[in-house]
Design a binder for this molecule. Structure first.
Ligand SMILES: *Cc1c(COP(=O)(O)O)cnc(C)c1O
Length: 371
């Protein structure tokens, strides 16, 4: 079986984890800060580690103080965590349709969706390809709202030469095994705004205030810590940070191989009249997370099944978020976001991961060409 995504774990990864297991700290120890410092070097802004990409989004929304009734503008083509973590704070989820080429949120649709209640615009770098960040930033500044980037797919990508993580007000990452690097479960939040990052950090560490200068209760004693706003335990343990430190060193190599796989698929499939390969815009330097192939809508199920029969576990990304039954009571229906729906109806994500072998890529292309 050839999975669509898979982790790559080598001897250095194992050694890093084992060394940490034998140390004094399994969690809240020195590997956490070390991982966060190394992340900052890659993403270009101060970063905190958290326990998942979902936790990262939840912490980012906590940092901007989302309250019931606030509106958050999101794209339909994403994993549902982008919406779920804002909805759980009582946000009203607003959708803006995507662009037909990248499936990233369409800045024009975003501007039309802005109201006096808009709190944030959320961009998702689908497949690793950066969203139109300058256009989105201009809209965010014009209407004085926050720009959040769900970069679960795009660690290591660049936008006009700038690393993903250094552009939006808050950027969130996921280190789930199928993503571009892994800590098994894990995630991170980076921010160009120290005030927001501090709030995200407090939220992800139980809301605990530890600095005496910030205390409300000033006479408790040297053991004292206190809570001003509720938080959760979203810490990433040292054991997993150790894996992250080692994986980060391998990220350039992961990116190189993903690009190579992207190039072979593109070359092999671009002349099939029935298939559309993904494009990369001039401004983008993409760390490809997915290879979102587009096929004729009427053929999609057959092609998917044929791949599966041959042991190729392709994926479809994503059921547009507004079509999840959880949104039905809000009145969303098929037809609301036609570009996203057409994208979904024709999409198949081909296997894309570091360990994918050349013969396997060749085999996948052969099956596709005879479908
Ligand atoms: C994977 C993913 C998440 C959630 O990350 P987890 O680490 O699985 O919690 C959020 N958004 C997008 C776009 C994702 O692909």
């Amino acid at each position: 079986m050839i999975p669509y995504g898979r982790q790559s774990i080598n001897d250095s990864d194992i050694e890093s984890v084992v060394t940490t297991l034998q140390s004094d700290w399994l969690t809240t120890g020195p590997r956490v800060e070390e991982f966060e410092r190394e992340l900052e070097c890659v993403v270009g802004a101060p970063t905190i580690s958290v326990s998942s990409g979902t936790a990262a989004l939840h912490s980012a929304y906590a940092a901007i103080g989302i309250e019931p009734g606030d509106e958050v503008i999101t794209p339909p083509i994403t994993f549902i965590a982008t919406q779920a973590t804002a909805a759980l704070f009582g946000a009203k989820i607003v959708f803006a349709d995507v662009l037909p080429d990248t499936a990233n949120i369409d800045p024009k649709a975003v501007e039309s969706a802005i109201t006096s209640k808009t709190k944030a615009i959320v961009a998702v770098d689908f497949a690793g390809h950066p969203a139109d960040l300058d256009e989105l930033r201009a809209i965010a500044d014009k209407y004085k709202v926050i720009l959040i980037e769900d970069a679960a797919h795009s660690i290591g990508s660049k936008y006009k030469g700038r690393p993903i993580g250094s552009i939006a007000d808050l950027t969130t990452f996921s280190f789930f095994p199928t993503k571009n690097m892994t800590t098994s479960e894990g995630g991170a939040v980076s921010s160009i705004r120290p005030d927001l990052l501090e709030k995200a950090k407090k939220f992800s560490r139980q809301g605990l205030v530890r600095e005496p200068k910030d205390f409300v209760l000033t006479n408790e004693g040297p053991w004292h810590q206190e809570v001003h706003h509720f938080g959760l335990n979203y810490r990433l343990p040292d054991v997993l940070c150790a894996l992250g430190i080692s994986q980060l060193k391998r990220l350039p190599e992961f990116k190189r191989r993903r690009q190579e796989i992207f190039n072979v698929y593109s070359h092999e499939l671009e002349f099939s009249p029935e298939m559309k390969v993904p494009i990369e815009k001039k401004y983008a330097d993409t760390n490809w997370h997915l290879f979102p192939l587009r096929v004729p809508i009427r053929e999609r199920k057959n092609i998917y099944s044929k791949l599966r029969e041959n042991g190729i576990l392709a994926q479809v990304n994503y059921l547009p978020a507004h079509l999840h039954p959880v949104f039905e009571s809000k009145g969303f229906k098929r037809g609301d976001y036609p570009v996203a729906e057409a994208f979904y109806d024709s999409e198949i994500s081909l296997p894309m991961h570091y360990g994918l072998r050349d013969e396997e890529i060749e085999f996948i292309c052969k099956i596709l060409k005879t479908s």
